[in-house]
Design a protein around this ligand. Structure first.
Ligand code: G4P
Ligand code: MG
Length: 182
C-alpha cells in the first residue's frame, strides 16, 4: 500500500467542491468546461454541480486503442464542435492528474489554436516531479486539488471492488494520521 495513493468518491467530491470555491475566489468565471477523457470526465461532471457550465469532451491518451503505449499523445476523439465552441470563450480544462504533463500540455496547445479568450487548467492531483512538458505562457491560472509525491494514485472508477477500494483509502488515511501524530 505504501507506494499507492487511494482516493475514494467522497474525497474526490470534496476536493472538487473546494476547487470550485478557489476558482470563484480567483475571479475566473468560465463559459465552458472542457473535460479530458477519460480521467477528467467524472471530476468535470462533479464540477458542473458547483459551477453549472456546459461540458465539452475531448479524448486524448498516451495509450492506443489496443492498450499498447504510444510514443506521443493521440487524439482518440476530438470533436470539431469543441473547437468551434471555445473561440472567444473562457475555458476550464479539467483532468484527473497532472503527472508528466505530456497529455495536458498537448491538449492545451491544441485548444489554444482555436483562440479561446483564456484557458485555466484544473486537476484533482498534481504530482510533485519534473514534468516532461511545460504549459505555454498563455496559461496563467492553474488549480490542483492536492499536490502529492510521485505515487501511483488509485482512482475509484478503476476499482474492481469499490468497497475494498474505500476500505483501503480509510486504512491509508489512518496510517497517515498515525505518522503525523508521532
Ligand atoms: P498528464 O499530461 O495528465 O500528466 O498525463 P500523462 O501523459 O503523464 O499520463 C499518461 C496516462 O497515465 C494518463 O492516462 C494519466 O491519466 C495516467 N496516469 C498518470 N499518473 C497516474 C496515476 O497516478 N494514477 C492513475 N490511475 N493514472 C495515472 P490517459 O492516457 O489520459 O488515459 P485515461 O486513464 O485518462 O483514460
Ligand atoms: Mg487522463
Amino acid at each position: 500500500m505504501n507506494n499507492k495513493f487511494y482516493v475514494g468518491y467522497g474525497t474526490i467530491h470534496k476536493t472538487v467542491k473546494s476547487l470550485a470555491e478557489r476558482l470563484t475566489e480567483s475571479g475566473f468565471d468560465p463559459d465552458v468546461i472542457v473535460a479530458i477523457g477519460s480521467g477528467g470526465f467524472i471530476p468535470a461532471r462533479i464540477m458542473k454541480t458547483f459551477i453549472n457550465r456546459p461540458i465539452l469532451a475531448v479524448g486524448i491518451s498516451y495509450y492506443n486503442i489496443d492498450q499498447s503505449h504510444a510514443d506521443y499523445p493521440q487524439k482518440i476523439q476530438w470533436i470539431d464542435e469543441t473547437e468551434r465552441q471555445i473561440e472567444g470563450k473562457k475555458v476550464l480544462l479539467i483532468d484527473e492528474v497532472d503527472d508528466t504533463r505530456a497529455t495536458l500540455g498537448y491538449c492545451v496547445r491544441e485548444l489554444l489554436r482555436h483562440e479561446p479568450e483564456e484557458i485555466a487548467v484544473l486537476v484533482l492531483h498534481n504530482k510533485k516531479k519534473e514534468k516532461a512538458a511545460d504549459f505555454p505562457p498563455e496559461i496563467t491560472r492553474y488549480f490542483a486539488g492536492l499536490d502529492i509525491e510521485d505515487l501511483w494514485i488509485k482512482y475509484p472508477w478503476d476499482a474492481d471492488n469499490i468497497d475494498v477500494h474505500h476500505e483501503n483509502e480509510k486504512i491509508m488515511l489512518s496510517e497517515q494520521k498515525k505518522e503525523q501524530d508521532v
